[in-house]
Design a protein. Structure first.
Lengths: 312, 312
């Protein structure tokens, strides 16, 4: 069976950037992932990728995709179900076996984990039952279904702010509900929220329940708003932050920090030989987690992997 | 006199990216620099900026410039001649005075040094005398003057490889002269060089003299090529690496490493309060020094500066 030099796990900015550099180093590699699965693709508008004043998340991902395709790199759109390390005498080093939902196994001498983050759940009553029935973790994906409706966004981050603004283009009314005060998004986003007449901010408030049968009808709060702890609405968008998608790599015994982010050194290397990580899933880049930091980590890791493959 | 929150020194990718983030944080700032002065603008083609398969260095810089202009940021195209720190009781912190060749002084509460690198000289006989008369440090700037001529490139890096390829589009013959073997450029570049019939590589060879009066006539080597230590040619392009442009910041007592690069921590901060650095001039990003690493460092520094200005 074919053994690649490198398999990149994840097709977001970190994985894509690593692939560009790997191609330039002529590292025989593939990417396993879905470009529309990550947090960039789910962003309404990206305005901080240098050179693009304002671009849809999906459009930016398509640009990245065109670039890697130009090198002829194989992007395999399958879900990874298992990653296992295996001793391999022939190569004098361990080999990684990546199993996918397609019942296929891909093998490589090194891997780059660029799986990003997943949304954090609120873990409240009704959240799971009403998912897809008014509860959503993706304003960009589902926003257009709420034309002339009333919706709420939970969170205080840039993502929450962006989701509120995006939803205000469809919905009649948007509540932005944040458990603290002030919002923790960038000042430019706070300004835009405050200028937007469709958006009402509820500070120091938690959503405690989502109510409705088959469709969201209302939410319950821990603080009164307009003399009531209940708000009638049609949709609830949860933007309560993110957690690293590191469950798949647990078996590899890769070191993670207290928040679950993979610990990398300045090379992008983890504690396991041949295992590198880049992008939002790591503790790198001072925790900033932006597209610009992801592409940088991808390039640094690919360069380290090139040296690793050559030396061994 | 107006005191800015931040002055960004340098208008390359690091400075530009920092400016985008500074604008989003609503940090009152300016940039002092020239977008056509840095190593990106002098690159023939950029093929590793994710999303752009192949773009001229100047075109990429124009895209970056359009982005910062969209925020209304003031880019001051003047040469910096002096940077001085001054005690300022009013602000409870030191203030930086930046003098330019235009006899102006700009003041700010923090600075970001993003001045990049400059080309390294060979320091050989004739190099200085024949500069602009056949000797050049910029193939992109001067290459077109050598149509149907014979030229040599000194160096083994990606820049040297790119310069050789670019020059082969104009010149009849290009010698690529490198003091070691093999070339230290990316494998994809080595392939392209070897496929190019106009380019001849001379390994393990140093150029010791540039000869000619008013115009370059020939160069002298320390090893024979084709039974001679002299090669007749019309142009010599020196691509012998780069050195950090840190001379301006010496007076600030910013710590630099043995190679002269500014030492930053994971915040992008230097040892001097209020002084941050980003991009090729720093020891960050594992020494990779690419556009992707520069924009990442710029974003990280701007974020740290935002916190610094708020806290103090």
């Amino acid at each position: 069976m074919n053994i690649y030099d490198l398999i990149i796990l994840g097709a977001g900015p970190a994985g894509m950037s690593a692939s560009i550099y790997a191609s330039r180093y002529k590292i025989n590699h593939i990417i396993i992932g879905n470009i529309f699965d990550g947090s960039v693709a789910k962003a309404h508008l990206i305005e901080n990728w240098l050179g693009e004043k304002s671009i849809k998340g999906t459009d930016l991902m398509m640009k990245f995709n065109d670039h890697i395709k130009d090198f002829g790199t194989n992007l395999i759109v399958e879900d990874i179900v298992e990653i296992k390390e295996e001793e391999n005498v022939e190569f004098g080093r361990n080999v990684f076996n990546i199993k996918t939902n397609n019942n296929k196994t891909y093998r490589s001498k090194s891997i780059l984990i660029a799986l990003g983050t997943k949304h954090r759940k609120l873990n409240i009553f009704g959240e799971e039952e009403l998912l897809g029935k008014g509860v959503s973790y993706c304003a960009v994906c589902d926003g257009a279904f709420f034309k002339n409706k009333i919706v709420a966004v939970v969170g205080g981050s840039n993502s929450a702010a962006m989701a509120s603004i995006m939803l205000s283009e469809h919905a009649d009314k948007v509540y932005l509900i944040y458990r603290k005060k002030p919002l923790r998004c960038e000042p430019i986003m706070t300004d835009r929220i405050k200028e937007n007449k469709k958006i009402t901010i509820l500070y120091n408030t938690n959503v405690t329940k989502v109510l409705g049968e088959n469709r969201v009808k209302s939410i319950e709060l821990d603080n009164e708003y307009d003399s009531s702890k209940e708000i009638k609405l049609d949709g609830l968008f949860i933007e309560a932050g993110s957690v690293p998608s590191a469950s798949l790599v647990k078996e590899l015994n890769v070191n993670v920090n207290d928040s679950g982010y993979i610990i990398i050194n300045s090379n992008g290397a983890t504690n396991i030989e041949g295992v590198y990580a880049a992008g939002d899933i790591t503790n790198g880049s001072n925790g900033l987690r932006q597209i610009v930091t992801a592409v940088s980590e991808g390039a640094i890791s690919a360069t380290s992997i090139y040296k690793y493959l050559k030396e061994k």
